[in-house]
Design a protein around this ligand. Structure first.
Ligand code: SF4
Length: 353
């Protein structure tokens, strides 16, 4: 296992809800409510879950686009994780810049149409983060921008154009060039392919894989698209209502999920085979409000296997096997429970007789 680049401990992000004549805080939206996560150098960690579960907020909090309410984000700047780390969650933004950490953590957003300034030339869009980090001459800056365009599969003909002159896939390449312009170590990829045509999605995924290998990057890949994340991720973390409920190697998670919520997500993936019998765990009800999350296990209001203990006691995220963590009181008996309920051994939606 590679050394850690980030260790996230009890990360919380609450957004205040204001009300009354004086617009005072009346409640909190608990978007993240105690996230614990280790991210290893050189890996792509997929973060999956339903819309509104806190995936994007996690990415934004890690790179300090949003300030965390509580918790720690330890960043290990060298390849030796025993060296001292910096706590990104508590450092002032000015200090992050002075210590050179700002440029080491970047993000690629979902929709390149809105994430690129339509009034700026491509050369300025890519040059902007470089100028913010370094005192660099105009000749060297131009060469660096040209090099970045080449790396992401564009040419020098694109240097003096505006974003609207490009296709969606090309715009996402420009967004990737801007993200790698400061030679980052860690990039949050927030649904980077979901706004693109299917034919272009594979090209962008392959570009991201090539860049990861070539530049030694670490990714947090945020998505709700399980097949996309299966293609690119080494490990997967599953999120539900502001908490991580399961983490495992991608293969393990797809072949032996332990949490009922992961089972439900995987059983929703369509199988392109008419002969294949597919069984689904259909979750009843909506995701509860993060304004007032359920006591005990947050999933108990939708879990087909909930018992009294689940309604009272919150399950901790613990190792069930090497490299496989899960937060469920009944994970030891999950295979049996699923077999009893569905009459089959159900693995990620596939039925094994
Ligand atoms: Fe379901 Fe209980 Fe496990 Fe929560 S702890 S996922 S309610 S069985």
């Amino acid at each position: 296992m590679m050394p850690k680049i980030l260790r996230i401990e009890n990360l919380k992000k609450y957004y205040p809800v204001l009300g009354g004549v004086f617009q005072r805080k009346v409640a909190d939206v608990r978007a993240l409510d105690g996230v614990d996560l280790d991210i290893f150098r050189g890996e792509c960690l997929g973060l999956v879950g339903e819309s509104g579960c806190g995936k994007t907020t996690t990415g934004k909090a890690i790179i300090r686009l949003h300030d965390p309410t509580a918790g720690h984000i330890h960043y290990f700047p060298s390849k030796n994780e025993t060296d001292s780390s910096a706590d990104i969650a508590t450092l002032k933004k000015g200090d992050l810049r002075k210590m050179g950490i700002r440029g080491k953590l970047q993000m690629v957003f979902q929709d390149p149409t809105t994430s690129l300034n339509p009034r700026m030339l491509i050369k300025n869009i890519i040059a902007e983060p470089i100028k913010a980090q370094n005192n660099i001459g105009s000749r060297a800056l131009e060469e660096r921008v040209m090099e970045l365009l080449r790396i992401v599969g564009l040419t020098q003909d694109h240097y003096l154009r505006y974003p609207h002159e490009f296709s969606g896939g090309q715009r996402q390449r420009i967004a990737v060039a801007r993200a790698i312009a400061t030679s980052p170590e860690f990039i949050v990829l927030d649904e980077p392919t979901s706004a693109l045509d299917v034919s272009v999605q594979a090209q962008i995924l392959n570009l991201l894989i090539q860049l990861q290998q070539k530049l030694g990057l670490t990714y947090l890949f945020v998505t709700h698209h399980l097949l996309v994340v299966k293609y690119i991720s080494h490990r997967l973390a599953v999120m539900y209502l502001g908490k991580i409920v399961e983490i495992a190697q991608t293969n393990d998670l797809f072949t032996r999920p332990l949490h009922p919520y992961t089972h439900a997500l995987l059983s929703g993936i369509p199988v392109p085979d008419v002969e294949h019998k597919q069984w689904r765990i259909v979750l009843s009800g909506d995701v509860p409000s993060p304004l007032n999350p359920p006591a005990g296990c947050r999933f108990h209001t939708r879990c087909p296997f909930a018992e009294d203990r689940c309604r009272e006691e919150e399950p901790l995220l613990e190792f069930a096997e090497t490299g496989h963590q899960v937060a469920c009181h009944r994970q030891n008996e999950m295979d049996k429970l699923i077999a009893q309920r569905f009459g089959h051994k159900l693995i990620g939606g596939a039925v094994s007789h």
